[in-house]
Design a protein around this ligand. Structure first.
Ligand code: ADP
Length: 541
Protein backbone atom coordinates (compact mmCIF):
# COMPACT_ATOMS: atom_id res chain seq x y z
CA UNK A 1 0.00 0.00 0.00
CA UNK A 2 1.22 3.45 -0.91
CA UNK A 3 0.26 6.76 0.62
CA UNK A 4 -0.90 9.22 -2.00
CA UNK A 5 0.06 12.80 -1.45
CA UNK A 6 -0.22 15.82 -3.71
CA UNK A 7 2.66 17.86 -2.49
CA UNK A 8 5.42 17.75 0.05
CA UNK A 9 5.97 14.82 2.35
CA UNK A 10 4.28 15.16 5.69
CA UNK A 11 6.39 15.84 8.78
CA UNK A 12 6.83 12.57 10.65
CA UNK A 13 5.92 11.92 14.27
CA UNK A 14 9.04 11.67 16.44
CA UNK A 15 10.79 8.31 16.25
CA UNK A 16 8.52 6.98 13.48
CA UNK A 17 10.05 6.12 10.09
CA UNK A 18 8.32 7.06 6.87
CA UNK A 19 7.69 3.43 6.13
CA UNK A 20 5.97 2.81 9.45
CA UNK A 21 4.04 6.08 9.17
CA UNK A 22 2.72 5.15 5.74
CA UNK A 23 1.67 1.73 6.97
CA UNK A 24 0.03 3.21 10.03
CA UNK A 25 -1.99 5.77 8.05
CA UNK A 26 -3.23 3.14 5.62
CA UNK A 27 -4.26 0.99 8.57
CA UNK A 28 -6.03 3.91 10.24
CA UNK A 29 -8.04 4.51 7.07
CA UNK A 30 -9.03 0.87 7.01
CA UNK A 31 -10.18 0.64 10.62
CA UNK A 32 -12.37 3.74 10.65
CA UNK A 33 -16.02 3.29 9.89
CA UNK A 34 -17.97 5.35 7.40
CA UNK A 35 -20.08 7.06 10.07
CA UNK A 36 -23.55 8.41 9.76
CA UNK A 37 -23.00 10.42 6.60
CA UNK A 38 -21.24 7.60 4.76
CA UNK A 39 -17.94 9.38 4.68
CA UNK A 40 -15.38 7.46 2.68
CA UNK A 41 -12.68 6.04 4.89
CA UNK A 42 -9.97 7.84 2.90
CA UNK A 43 -11.52 11.23 3.65
CA UNK A 44 -11.52 10.42 7.35
CA UNK A 45 -7.70 10.66 7.43
CA UNK A 46 -6.02 13.53 5.61
CA UNK A 47 -2.25 13.67 5.40
CA UNK A 48 -0.73 17.11 5.93
CA UNK A 49 1.10 17.43 2.63
CA UNK A 50 -0.17 20.74 1.26
CA UNK A 51 1.38 24.17 1.71
CA UNK A 52 0.32 25.56 5.09
CA UNK A 53 -2.40 28.18 4.90
CA UNK A 54 -3.08 30.41 7.92
CA UNK A 55 -6.62 31.08 6.66
CA UNK A 56 -8.68 33.30 8.94
CA UNK A 57 -11.05 32.85 11.86
CA UNK A 58 -13.90 31.27 9.92
CA UNK A 59 -11.58 29.11 7.78
CA UNK A 60 -8.98 28.28 10.35
CA UNK A 61 -6.42 25.56 9.67
CA UNK A 62 -6.30 22.30 11.63
CA UNK A 63 -2.75 21.58 10.47
CA UNK A 64 -0.78 24.13 12.51
CA UNK A 65 -1.12 27.29 14.62
CA UNK A 66 -2.54 30.03 12.38
CA UNK A 67 -1.00 32.57 14.77
CA UNK A 68 2.45 30.98 14.72
CA UNK A 69 4.83 32.28 17.33
CA UNK A 70 8.09 31.00 15.93
CA UNK A 71 8.30 29.29 12.56
CA UNK A 72 5.00 28.39 10.91
CA UNK A 73 6.35 24.83 10.56
CA UNK A 74 7.20 24.42 14.24
CA UNK A 75 3.93 23.02 15.45
CA UNK A 76 2.58 21.14 12.44
CA UNK A 77 0.70 17.88 12.35
CA UNK A 78 1.53 14.91 10.15
CA UNK A 79 -2.12 14.18 9.46
CA UNK A 80 -5.65 14.95 10.61
CA UNK A 81 -8.21 12.30 11.40
CA UNK A 82 -11.95 12.94 11.48
CA UNK A 83 -13.75 10.45 13.74
CA UNK A 84 -17.47 10.03 13.16
CA UNK A 85 -18.31 8.34 16.45
CA UNK A 86 -17.06 7.59 19.94
CA UNK A 87 -16.10 4.13 18.70
CA UNK A 88 -13.94 5.76 16.03
CA UNK A 89 -12.21 7.81 18.74
CA UNK A 90 -11.48 4.62 20.69
CA UNK A 91 -10.10 2.96 17.55
CA UNK A 92 -7.84 5.96 16.85
CA UNK A 93 -6.50 5.90 20.41
CA UNK A 94 -5.74 2.16 20.24
CA UNK A 95 -4.06 2.68 16.86
CA UNK A 96 -1.89 5.45 18.34
CA UNK A 97 -0.82 3.11 21.15
CA UNK A 98 0.15 0.46 18.68
CA UNK A 99 2.40 2.78 16.64
CA UNK A 100 3.42 5.16 19.47
CA UNK A 101 2.19 8.08 17.38
CA UNK A 102 1.25 11.16 19.41
CA UNK A 103 -2.34 12.27 18.88
CA UNK A 104 -3.71 15.72 19.61
CA UNK A 105 -7.47 16.21 20.06
CA UNK A 106 -9.20 19.42 19.07
CA UNK A 107 -12.90 20.15 19.05
CA UNK A 108 -13.02 23.10 16.68
CA UNK A 109 -9.42 24.25 16.90
CA UNK A 110 -10.10 27.97 17.14
CA UNK A 111 -8.16 28.32 20.35
CA UNK A 112 -6.47 31.35 18.85
CA UNK A 113 -3.89 33.10 20.96
CA UNK A 114 -3.26 29.87 22.85
CA UNK A 115 -1.99 27.69 19.99
CA UNK A 116 -5.09 27.21 17.83
CA UNK A 117 -5.30 23.65 16.54
CA UNK A 118 -1.58 23.05 16.80
CA UNK A 119 -0.11 20.02 18.56
CA UNK A 120 2.79 20.70 20.92
CA UNK A 121 4.81 17.87 19.35
CA UNK A 122 5.62 18.25 15.68
CA UNK A 123 4.24 15.47 13.52
CA UNK A 124 1.43 14.50 15.91
CA UNK A 125 -1.81 13.33 14.34
CA UNK A 126 -4.55 15.87 15.06
CA UNK A 127 -7.92 14.35 15.93
CA UNK A 128 -10.46 16.84 14.62
CA UNK A 129 -13.50 15.80 16.64
CA UNK A 130 -15.66 18.72 15.65
CA UNK A 131 -16.11 18.11 11.97
CA UNK A 132 -18.30 15.02 12.21
CA UNK A 133 -19.19 14.81 15.91
CA UNK A 134 -21.13 18.03 16.10
CA UNK A 135 -24.59 17.33 17.48
CA UNK A 136 -26.52 19.00 20.23
CA UNK A 137 -27.59 15.67 21.74
CA UNK A 138 -30.15 17.07 24.12
CA UNK A 139 -31.64 20.29 25.44
CA UNK A 140 -33.70 19.88 28.59
CA UNK A 141 -35.92 22.93 29.04
CA UNK A 142 -37.13 21.88 32.47
CA UNK A 143 -33.69 21.07 33.85
CA UNK A 144 -32.17 24.10 32.01
CA UNK A 145 -29.31 22.03 30.62
CA UNK A 146 -27.88 20.53 27.47
CA UNK A 147 -25.59 17.73 26.33
CA UNK A 148 -23.26 18.40 23.40
CA UNK A 149 -20.65 16.79 21.20
CA UNK A 150 -17.24 18.42 20.61
CA UNK A 151 -18.15 20.16 17.34
CA UNK A 152 -21.04 22.22 18.72
CA UNK A 153 -20.09 25.91 18.53
CA UNK A 154 -21.70 28.75 20.47
CA UNK A 155 -23.50 29.72 17.27
CA UNK A 156 -24.82 26.15 16.92
CA UNK A 157 -26.01 25.91 20.51
CA UNK A 158 -27.60 29.35 20.36
CA UNK A 159 -29.45 28.36 17.19
CA UNK A 160 -30.62 25.06 18.69
CA UNK A 161 -32.00 26.87 21.76
CA UNK A 162 -33.77 29.43 19.56
CA UNK A 163 -35.17 26.81 17.20
CA UNK A 164 -36.47 24.71 20.06
CA UNK A 165 -38.19 27.79 21.54
CA UNK A 166 -36.57 27.31 24.95
CA UNK A 167 -36.65 30.20 27.38
CA UNK A 168 -32.93 29.75 28.04
CA UNK A 169 -29.70 31.63 27.50
CA UNK A 170 -26.38 30.19 26.55
CA UNK A 171 -23.16 31.85 27.70
CA UNK A 172 -20.67 32.80 24.98
CA UNK A 173 -17.09 34.07 25.07
CA UNK A 174 -16.13 37.12 22.95
CA UNK A 175 -16.13 35.09 19.73
CA UNK A 176 -18.92 32.63 18.96
CA UNK A 177 -17.14 30.23 16.60
CA UNK A 178 -15.36 28.14 19.24
CA UNK A 179 -16.46 24.81 20.66
CA UNK A 180 -18.68 24.93 23.76
CA UNK A 181 -16.98 21.76 25.02
CA UNK A 182 -13.43 22.75 23.92
CA UNK A 183 -13.65 26.15 25.58
CA UNK A 184 -14.86 24.66 28.85
CA UNK A 185 -11.99 22.14 28.74
CA UNK A 186 -9.55 25.02 28.42
CA UNK A 187 -11.47 26.74 31.26
CA UNK A 188 -12.53 29.68 29.13
CA UNK A 189 -14.98 32.30 30.36
CA UNK A 190 -18.00 34.26 29.16
CA UNK A 191 -20.02 37.24 30.29
CA UNK A 192 -23.39 36.25 31.78
CA UNK A 193 -23.89 34.91 35.30
CA UNK A 194 -22.93 31.51 33.81
CA UNK A 195 -19.58 32.82 32.58
CA UNK A 196 -17.46 30.16 34.31
CA UNK A 197 -17.80 27.52 31.60
CA UNK A 198 -16.20 24.64 33.44
CA UNK A 199 -18.03 25.60 36.65
CA UNK A 200 -21.33 25.30 34.80
CA UNK A 201 -20.65 21.99 33.12
CA UNK A 202 -22.43 18.89 34.39
CA UNK A 203 -21.24 15.48 33.25
CA UNK A 204 -18.55 14.28 30.85
CA UNK A 205 -17.87 11.24 28.71
CA UNK A 206 -14.15 10.58 28.24
CA UNK A 207 -12.13 8.23 26.06
CA UNK A 208 -9.01 7.47 28.10
CA UNK A 209 -5.53 7.22 26.51
CA UNK A 210 -5.82 3.43 26.57
CA UNK A 211 -9.03 3.50 24.54
CA UNK A 212 -11.33 2.72 27.46
CA UNK A 213 -14.38 4.91 27.89
CA UNK A 214 -15.81 6.38 31.09
CA UNK A 215 -18.76 8.57 32.02
CA UNK A 216 -18.28 10.90 34.98
CA UNK A 217 -20.76 12.18 37.57
CA UNK A 218 -24.25 10.66 37.45
CA UNK A 219 -23.48 9.36 33.95
CA UNK A 220 -21.56 6.56 35.65
CA UNK A 221 -24.91 5.05 36.64
CA UNK A 222 -26.38 2.85 33.95
CA UNK A 223 -29.11 4.20 31.72
CA UNK A 224 -32.64 3.41 32.85
CA UNK A 225 -34.14 0.42 31.11
CA UNK A 226 -36.46 1.48 28.33
CA UNK A 227 -35.26 5.09 28.58
CA UNK A 228 -32.53 7.02 26.79
CA UNK A 229 -29.05 5.61 26.55
CA UNK A 230 -27.97 8.15 29.16
CA UNK A 231 -28.73 8.33 32.83
CA UNK A 232 -31.56 10.83 33.42
CA UNK A 233 -29.73 12.72 36.19
CA UNK A 234 -26.43 13.14 34.29
CA UNK A 235 -26.99 16.87 33.71
CA UNK A 236 -28.58 17.51 37.11
CA UNK A 237 -25.83 16.78 39.63
CA UNK A 238 -22.17 17.48 38.96
CA UNK A 239 -20.44 15.21 41.44
CA UNK A 240 -21.93 11.73 41.40
CA UNK A 241 -20.16 9.54 43.94
CA UNK A 242 -16.48 9.17 44.76
CA UNK A 243 -13.60 11.42 43.70
CA UNK A 244 -14.66 14.27 41.44
CA UNK A 245 -12.45 13.58 38.42
CA UNK A 246 -13.83 16.04 35.88
CA UNK A 247 -11.18 18.65 36.63
CA UNK A 248 -8.27 16.43 35.61
CA UNK A 249 -9.56 16.36 32.05
CA UNK A 250 -9.34 20.14 31.71
CA UNK A 251 -6.12 21.83 30.55
CA UNK A 252 -4.55 18.42 30.52
CA UNK A 253 -3.66 15.45 28.34
CA UNK A 254 -5.40 12.72 30.33
CA UNK A 255 -8.37 11.98 28.08
CA UNK A 256 -10.47 12.89 25.05
CA UNK A 257 -13.85 14.29 25.98
CA UNK A 258 -16.57 13.09 23.62
CA UNK A 259 -19.70 14.41 25.37
CA UNK A 260 -20.21 17.15 27.90
CA UNK A 261 -23.26 18.49 29.70
CA UNK A 262 -23.84 22.17 30.55
CA UNK A 263 -26.28 24.15 32.61
CA UNK A 264 -28.10 26.88 30.74
CA UNK A 265 -29.33 30.10 32.29
CA UNK A 266 -33.07 30.78 32.49
CA UNK A 267 -33.64 33.81 30.24
CA UNK A 268 -33.93 37.09 32.09
CA UNK A 269 -34.10 40.82 31.46
CA UNK A 270 -30.88 42.78 31.49
CA UNK A 271 -29.28 46.17 31.13
CA UNK A 272 -25.71 46.38 29.88
CA UNK A 273 -23.84 49.66 30.10
CA UNK A 274 -20.41 51.24 30.20
CA UNK A 275 -18.86 53.57 32.74
CA UNK A 276 -16.03 55.65 31.35
CA UNK A 277 -13.15 57.13 33.31
CA UNK A 278 -10.90 59.79 31.86
CA UNK A 279 -7.92 59.39 34.20
CA UNK A 280 -5.52 56.49 34.45
CA UNK A 281 -4.60 57.41 38.03
CA UNK A 282 -8.11 56.49 39.24
CA UNK A 283 -7.57 52.92 38.18
CA UNK A 284 -6.71 51.46 41.60
CA UNK A 285 -9.72 53.08 43.18
CA UNK A 286 -12.02 51.83 40.42
CA UNK A 287 -11.02 48.24 41.19
CA UNK A 288 -11.56 48.77 44.90
CA UNK A 289 -15.06 50.11 44.21
CA UNK A 290 -15.91 47.14 42.03
CA UNK A 291 -14.72 44.56 44.56
CA UNK A 292 -17.57 44.70 47.10
CA UNK A 293 -20.17 45.23 44.37
CA UNK A 294 -18.90 42.14 42.65
CA UNK A 295 -18.75 40.05 45.84
CA UNK A 296 -22.31 41.09 46.72
CA UNK A 297 -23.45 40.26 43.18
CA UNK A 298 -24.77 43.76 42.52
CA UNK A 299 -23.25 43.21 39.10
CA UNK A 300 -25.03 40.32 37.44
CA UNK A 301 -21.92 39.24 35.58
CA UNK A 302 -18.19 39.72 35.47
CA UNK A 303 -17.53 43.43 34.91
CA UNK A 304 -14.76 44.10 32.47
CA UNK A 305 -12.42 47.03 32.78
CA UNK A 306 -11.05 47.83 29.38
CA UNK A 307 -8.45 50.12 28.12
CA UNK A 308 -9.58 52.70 25.56
CA UNK A 309 -7.03 51.44 23.02
CA UNK A 310 -8.76 48.10 23.08
CA UNK A 311 -12.04 49.73 22.27
CA UNK A 312 -10.50 51.62 19.36
CA UNK A 313 -9.14 48.35 18.03
CA UNK A 314 -12.48 46.61 18.43
CA UNK A 315 -14.20 49.43 16.60
CA UNK A 316 -12.17 48.31 13.60
CA UNK A 317 -9.55 51.06 13.77
CA UNK A 318 -6.02 50.44 12.58
CA UNK A 319 -3.10 51.46 14.70
CA UNK A 320 -1.62 53.66 12.04
CA UNK A 321 -4.87 55.65 11.74
CA UNK A 322 -5.39 56.55 15.34
CA UNK A 323 -2.53 56.08 17.62
CA UNK A 324 1.04 57.19 17.33
CA UNK A 325 1.99 57.89 20.88
CA UNK A 326 1.87 54.90 23.20
CA UNK A 327 2.98 57.07 26.11
CA UNK A 328 -0.11 59.26 26.25
CA UNK A 329 -2.43 58.91 29.25
CA UNK A 330 -4.91 56.14 28.81
CA UNK A 331 -8.56 56.40 29.73
CA UNK A 332 -10.45 53.28 30.78
CA UNK A 333 -14.00 52.00 30.86
CA UNK A 334 -15.98 49.38 32.73
CA UNK A 335 -18.58 47.36 30.85
CA UNK A 336 -21.05 45.42 32.94
CA UNK A 337 -24.66 44.30 33.25
CA UNK A 338 -27.42 44.14 35.78
CA UNK A 339 -29.94 41.33 35.37
CA UNK A 340 -33.42 40.55 36.59
CA UNK A 341 -36.80 42.32 36.76
CA UNK A 342 -36.90 46.12 36.40
CA UNK A 343 -37.09 46.86 40.14
CA UNK A 344 -34.03 44.77 40.83
CA UNK A 345 -32.08 46.30 37.95
CA UNK A 346 -33.01 49.80 39.12
CA UNK A 347 -31.89 49.09 42.67
CA UNK A 348 -28.60 47.64 41.55
CA UNK A 349 -27.95 50.46 39.12
CA UNK A 350 -28.59 52.97 41.89
CA UNK A 351 -26.06 51.24 44.13
CA UNK A 352 -23.52 51.20 41.30
CA UNK A 353 -24.04 54.90 40.52
CA UNK A 354 -23.58 55.78 44.16
CA UNK A 355 -20.39 53.75 44.45
CA UNK A 356 -18.77 55.39 41.43
CA UNK A 357 -19.86 58.93 42.32
CA UNK A 358 -16.57 59.45 44.16
CA UNK A 359 -14.60 59.15 40.92
CA UNK A 360 -14.41 62.52 39.24
CA UNK A 361 -15.90 62.66 35.74
CA UNK A 362 -17.00 59.02 35.71
CA UNK A 363 -19.69 58.86 33.05
CA UNK A 364 -22.42 56.25 32.53
CA UNK A 365 -23.11 55.33 28.90
CA UNK A 366 -26.25 53.36 28.01
CA UNK A 367 -26.89 51.53 24.75
CA UNK A 368 -29.81 53.79 23.75
CA UNK A 369 -27.49 56.81 23.90
CA UNK A 370 -24.98 55.56 21.34
CA UNK A 371 -25.35 54.75 17.62
CA UNK A 372 -26.00 51.14 16.59
CA UNK A 373 -22.49 50.91 15.17
CA UNK A 374 -21.06 51.52 18.65
CA UNK A 375 -19.11 48.69 20.18
CA UNK A 376 -21.32 48.73 23.30
CA UNK A 377 -24.11 47.07 21.31
CA UNK A 378 -22.00 44.00 20.63
CA UNK A 379 -21.37 43.74 24.39
CA UNK A 380 -25.11 44.01 25.06
CA UNK A 381 -25.56 40.91 22.89
CA UNK A 382 -22.66 38.99 24.47
CA UNK A 383 -23.93 39.82 27.98
CA UNK A 384 -27.24 38.19 26.98
CA UNK A 385 -25.51 35.09 25.59
CA UNK A 386 -25.89 36.00 21.91
CA UNK A 387 -22.72 34.93 20.10
CA UNK A 388 -20.92 37.25 17.69
CA UNK A 389 -17.66 37.98 15.90
CA UNK A 390 -17.08 41.69 16.60
CA UNK A 391 -13.97 41.08 18.65
CA UNK A 392 -12.18 39.82 15.54
CA UNK A 393 -11.66 43.48 14.73
CA UNK A 394 -8.67 43.53 17.07
CA UNK A 395 -6.70 41.75 14.42
CA UNK A 396 -6.91 44.72 12.08
CA UNK A 397 -4.84 46.74 14.51
CA UNK A 398 -1.64 45.45 12.91
CA UNK A 399 -1.05 44.02 9.43
CA UNK A 400 -1.24 40.17 9.44
CA UNK A 401 -2.70 40.69 12.88
CA UNK A 402 -2.29 37.79 15.27
CA UNK A 403 -2.62 37.79 18.98
CA UNK A 404 -1.32 36.21 22.11
CA UNK A 405 -3.02 36.36 25.46
CA UNK A 406 -1.12 36.99 28.64
CA UNK A 407 -3.58 36.16 31.40
CA UNK A 408 -2.45 36.22 35.03
CA UNK A 409 -4.86 35.85 37.94
CA UNK A 410 -4.82 38.01 41.04
CA UNK A 411 -7.12 38.64 43.95
CA UNK A 412 -9.43 41.61 43.53
CA UNK A 413 -7.80 44.77 44.75
CA UNK A 414 -6.43 47.96 43.34
CA UNK A 415 -2.87 47.30 44.45
CA UNK A 416 -2.60 43.96 42.68
CA UNK A 417 -4.24 45.36 39.58
CA UNK A 418 -1.81 48.28 39.54
CA UNK A 419 1.19 45.99 39.99
CA UNK A 420 0.14 43.76 37.09
CA UNK A 421 -0.68 46.75 34.96
CA UNK A 422 2.74 48.29 35.62
CA UNK A 423 4.58 45.06 34.75
CA UNK A 424 2.69 44.72 31.49
CA UNK A 425 3.09 48.39 30.65
CA UNK A 426 6.83 48.33 31.24
CA UNK A 427 7.41 45.19 29.20
CA UNK A 428 5.18 46.31 26.35
CA UNK A 429 7.09 49.58 26.13
CA UNK A 430 10.41 47.73 26.26
CA UNK A 431 9.47 45.36 23.44
CA UNK A 432 7.48 47.89 21.42
CA UNK A 433 3.86 46.76 21.70
CA UNK A 434 0.62 48.63 22.41
CA UNK A 435 -1.26 47.73 25.55
CA UNK A 436 -4.71 46.21 25.16
CA UNK A 437 -5.47 44.98 28.64
CA UNK A 438 -8.80 44.09 30.19
CA UNK A 439 -9.55 43.04 33.74
CA UNK A 440 -12.46 40.61 34.18
CA UNK A 441 -13.53 40.91 37.78
CA UNK A 442 -15.22 38.00 39.54
CA UNK A 443 -16.18 38.16 43.22
CA UNK A 444 -12.82 36.91 44.49
CA UNK A 445 -10.33 37.01 41.63
CA UNK A 446 -9.52 38.93 38.49
CA UNK A 447 -8.51 37.50 35.15
CA UNK A 448 -6.14 40.10 33.71
CA UNK A 449 -6.31 39.52 29.97
CA UNK A 450 -3.62 41.34 28.05
CA UNK A 451 -3.98 40.97 24.31
CA UNK A 452 -0.66 41.28 22.52
CA UNK A 453 -1.29 41.92 18.83
CA UNK A 454 1.61 41.17 16.47
CA UNK A 455 2.34 40.83 12.77
CA UNK A 456 2.98 37.15 12.14
CA UNK A 457 4.82 37.87 8.88
CA UNK A 458 7.37 39.99 10.72
CA UNK A 459 10.07 37.74 12.21
CA UNK A 460 11.51 40.46 14.39
CA UNK A 461 8.10 41.36 15.79
CA UNK A 462 7.41 37.69 16.57
CA UNK A 463 10.71 37.39 18.40
CA UNK A 464 9.86 40.47 20.44
CA UNK A 465 6.36 39.16 21.17
CA UNK A 466 7.74 35.90 22.59
CA UNK A 467 10.40 37.72 24.61
CA UNK A 468 7.76 40.07 25.99
CA UNK A 469 5.53 37.14 27.00
CA UNK A 470 8.38 35.23 28.61
CA UNK A 471 9.50 38.29 30.54
CA UNK A 472 5.96 38.98 31.78
CA UNK A 473 5.48 35.37 32.91
CA UNK A 474 8.70 35.61 34.96
CA UNK A 475 7.98 39.09 36.31
CA UNK A 476 4.51 38.21 37.50
CA UNK A 477 5.59 34.85 38.98
CA UNK A 478 8.15 36.71 41.11
CA UNK A 479 5.28 38.76 42.54
CA UNK A 480 3.23 35.63 43.23
CA UNK A 481 0.84 35.72 40.25
CA UNK A 482 0.22 32.83 37.88
CA UNK A 483 -1.44 32.53 34.48
CA UNK A 484 -4.81 30.77 34.17
CA UNK A 485 -4.10 29.65 30.61
CA UNK A 486 -1.34 30.08 28.08
CA UNK A 487 -0.11 29.41 24.56
CA UNK A 488 0.95 25.81 24.03
CA UNK A 489 4.56 26.84 23.38
CA UNK A 490 4.73 28.78 26.64
CA UNK A 491 3.13 26.01 28.68
CA UNK A 492 6.41 24.64 30.07
CA UNK A 493 7.39 28.03 31.41
CA UNK A 494 4.00 28.71 32.98
CA UNK A 495 3.73 25.19 34.45
CA UNK A 496 7.19 25.69 35.99
CA UNK A 497 5.98 28.75 37.89
CA UNK A 498 3.48 26.57 39.81
CA UNK A 499 6.40 25.02 41.66
CA UNK A 500 5.62 25.12 45.39
CA UNK A 501 7.28 22.32 47.38
CA UNK A 502 9.79 21.31 44.70
CA UNK A 503 7.24 21.08 41.93
CA UNK A 504 4.84 18.85 43.88
CA UNK A 505 1.99 19.71 41.51
CA UNK A 506 3.88 18.62 38.40
CA UNK A 507 4.94 15.41 40.18
CA UNK A 508 1.27 14.66 40.79
CA UNK A 509 0.42 15.48 37.16
CA UNK A 510 3.18 13.21 35.92
CA UNK A 511 2.04 10.39 38.20
CA UNK A 512 -1.45 10.68 36.73
CA UNK A 513 -0.07 10.94 33.20
CA UNK A 514 2.02 7.79 33.56
CA UNK A 515 -0.86 5.85 35.07
CA UNK A 516 -3.46 6.91 32.53
CA UNK A 517 -1.27 7.11 29.43
CA UNK A 518 1.54 4.57 29.88
CA UNK A 519 2.65 4.85 26.24
CA UNK A 520 2.60 8.64 26.30
CA UNK A 521 0.52 9.09 23.15
CA UNK A 522 -2.03 11.75 24.13
CA UNK A 523 -1.06 15.39 23.54
CA UNK A 524 2.47 15.16 24.97
CA UNK A 525 3.58 18.49 26.42
CA UNK A 526 0.14 20.02 26.74
CA UNK A 527 -0.05 22.16 29.90
CA UNK A 528 3.65 21.35 30.40
CA UNK A 529 2.85 17.71 31.18
CA UNK A 530 5.21 15.33 29.38
CA UNK A 531 4.83 11.57 29.39
CA UNK A 532 7.80 9.51 30.57
CA UNK A 533 9.21 8.78 27.13
CA UNK A 534 9.48 12.49 26.30
CA UNK A 535 10.69 13.72 29.66
CA UNK A 536 14.42 13.64 28.91
CA UNK A 537 14.34 15.25 25.52
CA UNK A 538 11.55 17.73 24.94
CA UNK A 539 10.56 17.92 21.29
CA UNK A 540 10.92 21.04 19.15
CA UNK A 541 11.66 23.35 22.09
P1 ADP B 1 -12.04 26.18 20.51
O1 ADP B 1 -12.09 25.98 19.04
O2 ADP B 1 -13.34 26.21 21.19
O3 ADP B 1 -11.18 27.32 20.93
P2 ADP B 1 -10.34 23.90 20.67
O4 ADP B 1 -10.98 22.84 19.91
O5 ADP B 1 -9.20 24.63 20.01
O6 ADP B 1 -11.40 24.90 21.19
O7 ADP B 1 -9.85 23.30 22.06
C1 ADP B 1 -9.28 24.06 23.07
C2 ADP B 1 -8.27 23.22 23.81
O8 ADP B 1 -8.88 22.12 24.46
C3 ADP B 1 -7.23 22.62 22.90
O9 ADP B 1 -6.00 22.90 23.47
C4 ADP B 1 -7.47 21.14 22.86
O10 ADP B 1 -6.28 20.43 22.99
C5 ADP B 1 -8.35 20.87 24.04
N1 ADP B 1 -9.46 20.03 23.61
C6 ADP B 1 -10.42 20.41 22.76
N2 ADP B 1 -11.32 19.47 22.60
C7 ADP B 1 -10.96 18.43 23.37
C8 ADP B 1 -11.53 17.17 23.65
N3 ADP B 1 -12.68 16.82 23.10
N4 ADP B 1 -10.89 16.36 24.51
C9 ADP B 1 -9.74 16.75 25.09
N5 ADP B 1 -9.16 17.94 24.88
C10 ADP B 1 -9.75 18.79 24.04
Amino acid sequence: DKLEHDGKLPILPPGVTREVFTKAIVELRNILGGGAEEQTTAAAVVVNDKPLDDGWYLEHPNTHDAFHLYDQEDTVSSATVYPGSVTDVQKIVRWANKYLIPIYPISIGRNLGYGGAAPRVRGSVVIDLGKRMNKVLNIDGGNCSCLVEPGVTYFDLYEAVQKGGYDLWIDTPDLGGGSVLGNALDRGVGYTSYGDHFGNHCGMEVVLPTGDIVRLGMGALPAVEGGDSINPTWQSFQYGYGPYSDGIFTQSNFGIVTKMGFWLMPATEHLTFAITFPREEDFEQIIDIIKPLSARRVFGNVPQIRHAVQELAISGKKRKDVYDNPQEPIPAEVITSVYGPEEQRKDNLKTIRQAFSIIKDAKFVFPDEVPLSHYLHSRVAICAGIPGLTDLNWLQWRPNGSHLFFSPISSVNGQDAQKLYDIVKKRHAEFGFDMMPAFCIAPREMHFIDCLVYDRENADEKRRAVKCMRAMIDDTAKEGYGEYRTHILLADQVAATYNWNNGALMKLNETLKDALDPNGILAPGKAGIWPKRFRDGVQNE
